[in-house]
Design a protein around this ligand. Structure first.
Ligand code: FVH
Length: 310
């Protein structure tokens, strides 16, 4: 049975790569009239066969609907694709991954062209799109009004999490979470390297690793609590002094197993520096202050974040 398209917001989608194609399919399935354009026409033709309207240029696609979603490779491609389009009065939602600075300047760029702007950071891979149980979602930032107006439509492909009027915040949250993910992958890589030459099946270590990481992950709540309160000794279970004393064990084990310590050493070095500053009774939270450049840098970032929104 064809989906009911009555009262469903029409959507224009520019970009039909792996992610754009997944997004398109969910809007079609939910009954949203969809107009698509892609640089390589064959990809757009495939989605057109599934029920989308096909525009013969990006400008025609933008002209078709008020809500314009872009999901392209990077910020440069967004600039190229939108260059010849009329954005006056459009609701531009940019789901292309980029830096906070790119998002902020793209928001300003859109405002100068008469468009409202919302930036998005997708926390999902294409197979998770349209599957609520997969847990994928999209961070949004920029115009709150725009987010509220299109919340339902934007919620069709994946969950929505609005993180603030600063257009750069979606990208910042996206990169923050992915950075933590790479830290986790780095730790797992070191763990697998330690057993690599032993008679231990990596498949037997994997579930132990996964369970351990899940068990330890909630420690970030205590970190946040300490950062907010400014007392890094609050609720400490494993002091920095104790943990620094344990680092030679990790380095010696790596040496004995013939494993480079290059993933662990930078973190251990930060721990040692914080201990030298007198943070022995603290948690690991003080390391964060060593990473952040001086207070002027933080203040400057906060100031540039304040931009006016339509
Ligand atoms: N796929 C993923 O796992 C991740 C999950 C998290 C979010 N990312 C970001 O989503 C953006 C799009 O990613 P994608 O997976 O769709 O990427 P591709 O399959 O490589 O498709 C890229 C599309 O961009 C078009 N494109 C590239 N350069 C240009 C250009 N100069 N002018 C016009 N269009 C351009 C490309 O067109 P074509 O190659 O088919 O002609 C695709 O439509 C991205 O920011 C991820 O970081 C995905």
């Amino acid at each position: 049975m064809a989906p009911n398209t009555v009262d469903k917001t029409p959507v224009t989608l520019l970009g039909l790569g792996a992610m754009g194609t997944a997004l398109a399919r969910t809007w079609i399935a939910a009954g949203h009239p969809l107009t698509v354009w892609n640089r390589t026409p064959a990809r757009a033709a495939a989605i057109s066969d599934e029920g989308a309207g096909l525009a013969d240029s990006a400008a025609a696609a933008v002209a078709a609907n008020t809500l314009v979603v872009v999901c392209l490779l990077d910020d440069d491609s967004v600039g190229e694709v939108l260059a010849g389009t009329d954005l006056t009065g459009k609701d531009l939602v940019n789901l292309t991954t980029g830096t906070p600075a790119e998002a902020r300047s793209r928001a300003e760029w859109a405002r100068e062209r008469g468009a409202r702007y919302l930036d998005g950071g997708i926390m999902a891979v294409p197979p998770m799109i349209g599957l609520p149980e997969a847990g994928g979602y999209v961070f949004y930032s920029g115009s709150r009004e725009l987010f509220e107006r299109h919340r339902e439509t934007l919620g069709v492909p994946a969950g929505t999490t609005y993180v603030g009027r600063d257009a750069g915040f979606a990208a910042l949250h996206d990169v923050a979470l992915l950075s933590a993910m790479y830290g986790m992958f780095a730790g797992a890589a070191h763990a697998f390297a330690l057993i690599r030459k032993e008679d231990i099946d990596p498949a037997s270590l994997a579930p132990l690793l996964a369970d351990w990481l899940v068990t330890m992950a909630p420690a970030v709540h205590q970190t946040a609590d300490q950062l907010r309160g400014g007392d890094y000794t609050k609720g400490v279970v494993s002091s920095l002094a104790m943990q620094v004393a344990g680092t030679p064990t990790f380095l010696s084990t790596a040496e004995q197993q013939g494993v480079s310590p290059e993933l662990l050493s930078p973190y251990f070095e930060l721990m040692r520096r914080r201990l030298a500053q007198g943070g022995g009774e603290e948690d690991l939270t003080g390391v964060i202050d060593l990473l952040v450049r001086g207070p002027d840098h933080v203040r400057t970032s906060a100031r540039t974040a304040r931009t006016s929104w339509r």
